[in-house]
Design a protein around this ligand. Structure first.
Ligand code: GLN
Length: 500
């Protein structure tokens, strides 16, 4: 197998044993990026020189015993809403096109302290608002399984990079599904941790009460290793918590015997694609065969999750994004006559359509006269949803369902009808409203060959159980790089095959 086909943990192992050099790994990864980026566009910025220089430094550090983590020497990618000191961090927006943060996010510091090598900043929906990566100011990312389709979003660049073999693992962020849904569409694995598990310091805010950084990787083991590395209390994020036993890497074994898994009835009706449904139920059957107790369950208020989420997320976004005013930092429209004009022109020109829409919704739902009817009510629904999960977790250790109602849609099919796009978040947003952990992992492919995602939702701080169950399921399936059986080259040509 070629080096770029290894899992992150396996690569880390071979680097530690001296079988593979860090520079060799980084060069192989940069070569893969050079060969594929034109086709997929996973990255906004590739840190070629920096990564090569860092490779030598890390190799030395490993030799001297300074870097001992299982991922020391492994090249990883970081979503472009996570600040890296001195490195352009754009949030895929014209507003921050030239922004170079004077500080690094807590997770970047942790990646650096663990001896990983950061390859670059991955593409995303502008300010993480979207489900397709098509709202990026820098142009869309393409799904490596079929380049006529979206990779999902908003962490589409990160998920596509892992799927395409352009990164061994990546960090994404998840406000309403942005780690899980692109992981599902790209056939990779992603974890949205319990709110507070990972510091948000240096994550450019979208909706602060929902945002959480997490890993995207080729399998559960890699995700667990990366999550273990980034988790932890941080003084600079008052919502981060000290967790007992965040040793996720050791949670893999043990199987699912005796675990109680609920399948919320409400997750299997409405717009759910029949092939997705079959694959997810088949996965439930596999877990049952492995010893889990699986049964249908209730989950209240599922139907209200989307409206509540979009009201709350937009309200928080409107408030968070008010800092981009053309005065403090970021883009400023040229040739303005006065302050009002600076605000107006800067924000009209600096933000894309979807971001402007969210800010308008946010301003509306928070305005006097409408606050109680919209924001106040959404907050009540949020509480009802949380209580619904609490009740479900009295009976079950975790809930199982699809990550998304369909497989990846065609490029260009979603943006024309935003409401329809929002409805695609039906299975992911409630998890964020309740602050819960969830994992998405591949559980099959549809007739067109596109990956299908299985979602497991855990109780607060239940990541270890999720990891154990997901690992148990995963061992029945082989993870594959899509390039081994890529469906379409976008020109209507025959299936393309390339060695990876
Ligand atoms: N698609 C959702 C939204 O647009 C979720 C995005 C996210 O998780 N960042 O808000």
């Amino acid at each position: 197998m070629k080096l770029t086909g290894l899992t992150a943990v396996e690569l880390g192992r071979r680097i530690k044993s001296g079988e593979i050099g860090v520079r060799e790994a980084v060069e192989a990864q940069l070569d893969a990026i050079s060969a594929k980026e034109d086709k997929y566009h996973c990255y906004i910025t590739v840190l070629r020189e920096e990564a090569l220089a860092r490779a030598d430094e890390v190799q030395k550090g490993i030799r001297e015993g300074r870097y001992t983590s299982p991922l020391a020497g492994v090249p990883v990618a970081v979503k472009d809403n996570i600040c890296m000191r001195g490195v352009r961090t754009t949030c895929a927006s014209k507003m921050l096109e030239e922004f170079r943060p004077p500080y690094s996010a807590a997770v970047v510091e942790k990646l650096e302290a663990a001896g990983t090598v950061i390859l670059g900043k991955t593409n995303m929906d502008e300010f993480a608002m979207g489900s397709t990566t098509e709202t990026s100011f820098f142009g869309e990312t393409k799904n490596p399984w079929d380049i006529t389709r979206v990779p999902g979003g908003s962490s589409g660049g990160a998920a596509a990079a892992v799927a395409a073999g352009e990164a061994f693992a990546a960090l994404g962020s998840d406000t309403g599904g942005s780690i899980r849904q692109p992981s599902a569409f790209c056939g990779v694995t992603g974890i949205k941790p319990t709110y507070g598990t990972v510091s948000r310091y240096g994550l450019i805010a979208y909706a602060s009460s929902l945002d959480q950084i997490g890993p995207i990787a080729r399998n559960v083991e890699d995700c667990a290793a990366l999550l273990e590395l980034i988790a932890g209390r941080d003084e600079r994020d008052s919502t981060s918590v000290t967790r007992e036993g965040p040793a996720f890497g050791s949670a893999l074994s043990g199987g699912v015997r005796g675990m109680r898994i609920g399948i919320p009835r409400g997750y299997f009706s409405g717009g759910l694609d029949a092939e997705v449904k079959d694959a997810v139920l088949a996965a439930a059957g596999v877990l049952q065969e492995q010893g889990a107790e699986v049964e249908e369950s209730e989950l209240e208020a599922v139907d209200y999750a989307i409206p509540a989420y979009y009201v709350i997320a937009s309200a928080e976004a409107g408030s968070n994004l008010s800092r981009y005013d053309g005065v403090k930092y970021g883009y400023r429209a040229p040739g303005c006559g006065g302050l009002q004009e600076v605000y107006k022109k800067t924000r009209s020109e600096g933000f894309g359509e979807e971001v402007r829409r969210r800010m308008l919704i946010g301003a509306f739902v928070l305005s006097s006269g409408y606050y109680d009817a919209y924001y106040g009510k959404a907050m009540k629904v949020r509480e009802v949803i949380r209580q619904g999960f609490d009740r479900a977790f009295e009976r079950y250790d975790m809930l199982l369902g699809p990550t998304a109602p369909t497989t990846a849609p065609k490029l260009g099919a979603s943006l024309g009808d935003p409401l329809k796009m929002y409805l695609g978040d039906i299975y992911t947003v409630a998890v964020n409203l309740a602050g819960l952990p969830a994992i998405s992992l591949p559980c099959g492919r549809d007739r067109a060959g596109l990956p299908i995602g299985l979602q497991l939702i855990g109780r607060p701080f239940g990541e270890r159980e999720l990891i154990r169950a997901a690992r148990s399921f995963e061992q029945t399936r082989q993870w594959r790089l899509p390039a081994a059986g890529c469906i379409s080259d976008g020109r209507g040509g025959a299936a393309e095959r390339e060695a990876v």
